[in-house]
Design a protein around this ligand. Structure first.
Ligand SMILES: [Ca+2]
Ligand SMILES: [Ca+2]
Ligand SMILES: [Ca+2]
Length: 301
């Protein structure tokens, strides 16, 4: 059974309860202001093959906020809701996007099509918004340059994949978003508007969970920023806003981070964030990486 829900145009402020269960349901939003507080999609106990989807296809008059976890069933049934955003362009000169995630979301798939822009909300209480998804897709043009933008702001992203790692794509999206030192974080792909405020001190860090997990740089657990989530495994890509130099992504720059970077200083090869290339995403661990990490020593986000 496949249901397609067409919610009529809503004028003024109304509150609707939408419950979608049994079969693969599609909730389409093509304009107007929507706030998702709690949506019973992918309800626990439902069929494993449910494939519910929320498709946001509105233009400049769309304003959609996800405040509740729409996608998560439970650890057994997994994530079954996909969110696709298309043509949700920047709404105004203040760069406010049309689609905002304001609470932790567990999604089957997050897909940004064409020029879609999605932002994680920066909460006043430092409660970092997190997106956990099995798949992330960001549209690219024919030259593989991203055309859509995911602004993680001061939040976290965990892509808990199966099979081949999408790390290459994720790193390419981060590099595209950073662009270069002069134009830090005004590209398309993955950006952080929080890091853009001070790109010499803050950045988007990334790592395969399998790299930092077994080495126990960060024991995953309730105290770890990614550890509250019971179903993050070794085949997960972790991406977060953090200090330049926070190699193990625990939000602090300390001796652990310093020693890893120092071990790869000026070593030939192409290095990633978890190896010590903490500035510029240039694949090189050299003086700018060392200097900016040292400047953040002892600090936490
Ligand atoms: Ca996995
Ligand atoms: Ca650290
Ligand atoms: Ca570097």
């Amino acid at each position: 059974m496949r249901n397609r829900y067409c919610v009529p145009r809503i004028l003024g402020v109304e509150k609707h309860e939408v419950e979608l269960d049994g079969g693969s349901d599609i909730l389409g939003i093509s304009g107007g202001t929507f706030v998702f507080e709690a949506v019973a999609m992918g309800a626990p106990g439902g069929p494993e093959n449910d494939n519910d989807a929320i498709n946001v296809t509105g233009g400049t008059d769309s304003n959609v906020t996800f405040k509740g976890d729409v996608g998560y069933a439970n650890a057994t049934t997994g994530r079954r809701v996909s969110v696709t955003v298309d043509d949700a362009v920047l709404r105004d000169m203040d760069d406010n996007p049309t689609v905002t995630f304001a609470a932790t979301e567990n999604l089957k798939r997050l897909e940004l099509q064409n020029s879609a822009t999605v932002r994680l909300d920066r909460n006043a209480n430092n409660d970092h918004t997190t997106i956990i998804a099995s798949q992330l897709a960001i549209a690219e043009d024919e030259n593989n340059v991203p055309t859509a933008r995911l602004d993680i702001n001061d939040g976290f992203l965990a892509i808990n994949y199966d099979g081949d790692s999408p790390l290459e794509d994720v790193v390419a999206w981060i590099k595209s978003g950073f662009k270069d030192v002069e134009h830090a974080w005004d590209g398309q792909g993955i950006i952080s508007s929080a890091a853009a405020l001070d790109p010499g001190a803050y950045a988007v860090g990334w790592a395969e969970a399998s790299v930092i997990q077994p080495l126990q740089y960060v024991p995953f657990g309730p105290d770890h920023p990614f550890g509250d989530f019971e179903d993050i495994d070794g085949t997960t890509i972790l991406v977060r806003y953090t200090l330049v130099g926070d190699i193990n992504l625990d939000g602090t720059v300390d001796d652990i981070d310093i020693s890893i970077l120092t071990g790869n200083y000026l070593s030939p090869g192409t290095w990633g964030w978890a190896d010590g290339d903490v500035f510029g995403y240039d694949g090189v661990v050299d003086d700018p990486d060392v200097g900016l990490q040292a400047g953040n020593y002892g600090m936490s986000v």
